[in-house]
Ligand binder design. Structure first.
Ligand code: CA
Length: 240
């Protein structure tokens, strides 16, 4: 999964980027508020880590604009110990949570999972459908009670599909959720990933919709392998 790291402190940013990458995240790191805004406009992030004191545009303003444009990406504010007013302001305009520097990496990762779960509408660490569930804590997938471990990219891909079961995601949309800036993406990278995942999940878990993209079965339909007719509800739901 991709995280946008907005931090102007070189040392904090560098160590955080390394630590997050070591935990399987694709990290895009920007160091000022204007770059943060253009990165958010491109989208594809599962989470944003936002410092508030930033050059060019402060973090509060970045957050305010994102929320006013309907961007619901989970945002974790990272602040200094004495920044109570800024933290309160951040929460008031739509931050999902905050952490006071310095913090432990384990706590940061746990809070990132928590804000992502809440955005998914789940209080638990498991999201998905009855047939296909994803454990956000262990990065395991459960298919009919069988657990398999997913790679970071497999996890990012399946999480994107399970956010709206039944909705079709295009190749571009999936690549945008899996790969950070500057990562080499071969033209068939998504196909190769999905091919490997079908061995873990079963051949029908991720369906190809010819010319459009991929999706997982919607939870309510209990779709047969060959659906009798396409349901409009499975193609595009309202954004959550
Ligand atoms: Ca700062």
């Amino acid at each position: 999964m991709r995280v946008l790291l907005v931090e102007d402190d070189e040392m904090i940013g560098h160590s955080l980027k390394q630590a997050l990458a070591g935990s399987g995240w694709s990290v895009d790191w920007v160091k000022d508020g204007l770059l943060a805004q253009s990165a958010l406009a491109d989208g594809g992030y599962s989470c944003v880590l936002l410092d508030l004191g930033l050059p060019k545009r402060d973090g509060i303003e970045v957050l305010r604009q994102a929320r006013s444009q309907g961007d619901r990406t989970p945002v974790l504010v990272l602040t200094a110990r004495d920044g109570v007013d800024a933290r309160v302001a951040g929460l008031d305009i739509g931050a999902d949570d905050y952490l006071v520097k310095p913090y432990e990496l384990q706590e940061l990762l746990a809070r990132m999972r928590a804000v992502i779960r809440r955005r998914d509408g789940s209080a638990h660490s498991v999201v998905g459908t009855a047939a296909l569930q994803l454990d956000l804590t262990t990065r395991e997938v459960l298919v009919q009670g069988e657990r398999s471990q997913l790679s970071a990219r497999e996890f990012a891909l399946l999480h994107a599909l399970l956010e709206r079961p039944g909705a079709i995601l295009s190749r571009d949309q999936l690549e945008n959720r899996i790969y950070g800036w500057g990562e080499e993406v071969s033209s068939n990278a998504v196909d190769v990933l999905i091919h490997g995942m079908r061995r873990k999940l079963g051949p029908d878990a991720i369906r190809n919709v010819r010319g459009l993209g991929w999706r997982v079965a919607a939870p309510s339909t209990g779709e047969p392998a060959q659906p009798a007719r396409p349901s409009s509800a499975t193609v595009s739901g309202p954004p959550r």
